[in-house]
Design a protein around this ligand. Structure first.
Ligand SMILES: N[C@@H](CCC(=O)N[C@@H](CS)C(=O)NCC(=O)O)C(=O)O
Length: 239
């Protein structure tokens, strides 16, 4: 049985991490039984979550986890897609995971009020004398990652502009289709769903969130997938 080491409900979302949400949705799409456990990046083979453990074999990174489940269980989450659609899926995934994600991280961690409302609470269980230092250290590490990525070198307005361009591209690519590649759900929809949910997490405020909330097709898609994959969470949100 696969154990998915991931995050936990936070920020008004089923998972703090969009990559964990992507992998969980792909496991559900593949109808593979799994157990969900809290994971810590330091324990993962790539020092990130998600990672899975199956028969003492650890696999890190959502893309390689997907490869593993497709090969090991003889499943193609993109069945029915043409080579052109598969290429477009890959390009969309890279835009969302390697670009838009970092804008989401920026607004969660670098904006004072969002940090205080969200990530700062990751450290609440530490002894009080260590708590503030741990928060400062973690925030410094995220700022460093943002600089390394490049997005962190821009002003707040520029990050918002770039993030909104990726979100606008996603809205155009979805158009009025049920899913990004047409009438059937494909693997890329797991990423898109998770990233839209992350960008519009209830507890945060950001220009990226405001923009996404105005993209009616993306919001309808996100809500539909939330009802399908996280029905309890969707019901709580609706109440
Ligand atoms: N490319 C990775 C990205 C995973 C990722 O960035 N995970 C974040 C949580 S959303 C993480 O573990 N960050 C901890 C860190 O960077 O120390 C994947 O697809 O799984």
């Amino acid at each position: 049985m696969i154990t998915l080491h991931g995050s936990f409900p936070a920020f008004g979302l089923p998972h703090a991490s969009p990559f964990v949400m992507k992998t969980e949705v792909q496991l559900k799409m593949a109808e593979i039984p799994y157990r969900l456990e809290r994971g810590f990046p330091a324990d993962g083979p790539k020092q990130k979550i998600p990672y899975i453990v199956e028969a003492d074999h650890k696999i890190g990174d959502s893309t390689f986890i997907r490869d593993h489940i497709e090969k090991a269980y003889g499943i193609d989450l993109d069945r029915g897609l043409t080579p052109d659609m598969r290429a477009r899926s890959w390009a969309i995934e890279r835009m969302l995971e390697d670009h838009l994600y970092w804008a989401i991280v920026y607004f969660r961690w670098m904006e004072e009020a969002n940090f205080a409302a969200g990530p700062a609470h990751f450290f609440d269980t530490l002894p009080s004398e260590l708590r503030e230092e741990a928060r400062i250290e973690a925030r410094r590490a995220v700022a460093c990652n943002l600089l390394g990525h490049g997005l962190g070198r821009h002003s707040q307005e520029e990050v918002a502009d770039l993030g909104c361009r990726s979100m606008a591209a996603l809205a155009t690519l979805l158009g009025n289709k049920a899913y990004l590649m047409g009438p059937a759900m494909a693997a890329v929809d797991a990423t898109a769903f998770a990233m839209i949910a992350a960008a519009t997490a209830p507890i945060f405020t950001s220009p990226l969130k405001d923009f996404t909330l105005r993209c009616a097709n993306l919001m309808a898609y996100q809500k539909r997938l939330m009802r399908e994959f996280y029905p309890c969470h969707a019901a709580r949100q609706a109440a």
